[in-house]
Ligand binder design. Structure first.
Ligand SMILES: [Fe+2]
Ligand SMILES: [Fe+2]
Length: 271
C-alpha cells in the first residue's frame, strides 16, 4: 500500500496566487480527520482481536491515513502560515469523542464494519479526486492525486476483507445496503463539522448546525456529476448490487440532483 512519503511532494512548486481560500479551510479540516486515522486503526484491531493478519493490515492503513493528515497539514501551513496544526488537532480530539476502545462494531458485525469502512473510502477517494479537479494550486493537486489513489486501495482492501467476513457471517444485500446508507447519512454528523470548527474557528463557541453547514457548503461545491456517479457505483458494489446497471444510473442521477440542490441552497447561506 502507499508507496509515497512527504519527501515525494514537490513543495517548491507551491503557488500562492493560485490559492482558493475556501479550499484552504476544508483542507485544514481534512488534515485533522485524516490524522485521527491511528485511532480508527486501533478500533479495527479491537474488532478483529483474533486476527493478527488483518490487524497488521489495519495498522498500515492507519499509518497511511495519518500521513494523509500530515501532508494536508503541511500544505495548509504553507497556504496559511498562521495555521497551528498541533493546537487544532488537540482541540479536535478534545471535542470530538468516539469510543475507539470498543471491541464491538457499531455496525453490528464485522461484515457491517467492513461495509462502513468501504463507504468511507469511497467517499474519500471521490472527495480527493473532486478536490484535485477543483484546485488550481499545483502542490495541492499533487497531494490529492496521491491521497485519492491510496483511498481507492483502501476501499479495495476493505472490500476484500468484507468478502472474507461474509464467508463467516450472514449479512444479506439489504442489510449491507442499510449499513452503507446509514454511514452515508453520518457524513453530516459531528466529525467533519467539528474538524472544520477546530481548524478554522478556534475563538468561537461550537454550534453544530452552523459548522455542519459551513463545512458542507465548501465541500459539496467541489463535486461534479461524474464523481457522484462513481460513488454510487462503488457503493452499490459494496452492498452486493450491480454497480453499472440501470439502478446505478437512476440512483446516481437522483444523488447528483439532491447534492446539487443542497449545494445551491448552502451557497446562498451566510455560513
Ligand atoms: Fe485518507
Ligand atoms: Fe483511506
Amino acid at each position: 500500500m502507499g508507496g509515497w512519503t512527504l519527501d515525494d511532494i514537490s513543495w517548491d512548486r507551491f503557488e500562492r496566487d493560485r490559492l482558493d481560500p475556501e479550499l484552504v479551510r476544508i483542507v485544514k479540516a481534512a488534515s485533522l480527520v485524516e490524522h485521527n486515522g491511528g485511532a480508527y486503526a486501533h478500533h479495527l484491531c479491537r474488532i478483529f482481536a483474533d486476527d493478527p493478519g488483518f490487524q497488521a493490515t489495519a495498522r498500515r492503513w492507519g499509518e497511511e491515513e495519518v500521513q494523509h493528515g500530515r501532508a494536508l497539514a503541511r500544505w495548509a501551513a504553507l497556504a496559511d502560515p498562521s495555521f497551528d496544526f498541533d493546537a487544532a488537532f488537540a482541540r479536535f480530539q478534545d471535542g470530538f469523542k468516539v469510543d475507539f476502545d470498543a471491541a464491538d462494531s457499531r455496525r453490528g458485525s464485522r461484515a457491517g464494519e467492513m461495509v462502513a469502512r468501504c463507504v468511507v473510502e469511497i467517499g474519500t477517494s471521490s472527495y480527493y479526486t473532486a478536490l484535485r479537479e477543483a484546485a488550481a494550486e499545483p502542490v495541492l493537486q499533487e497531494i490529492c492525486r496521491h491521497i485519492a489513489a491510496d483511498e481507492l486501495q483502501h476501499y479495495r482492501l476493505f472490500y476484500k476483507n468484507l468478502g472474507r467476513c461474509l464467508a463467516q457471517e450472514r449479512l444479506g444485500r439489504w442489510a449491507r445496503l442499510r449499513v452503507a446508507l446509514g454511514r452515508v447519512a453520518e457524513s453530516e454528523d459531528d466529525e467533519l463539522a467539528y474538524a472544520y470548527y477546530a481548524a478554522n474557528e478556534p475563538e468561537r463557541p461550537y454550534r453544530r448546525r452552523d459548522y455542519r453547514r459551513a463545512y458542507a457548503k465548501r465541500a459539496y461545491a467541489v463535486y461534479r456529476p461524474h464523481h457522484v456517479q462513481r460513488m454510487v457505483a462503488m457503493l452499490l458494489k459494496a452492498a452486493g448490487l450491480t454497480p453499472n446497471g440501470r439502478l446505478a444510473r437512476l440512483v446516481g442521477g437522483i444523488a447528483w440532483r439532491a447534492l446539487r440542490y443542497r449545494a445551491t441552497r448552502l451557497a446562498r447561506s451566510p455560513a
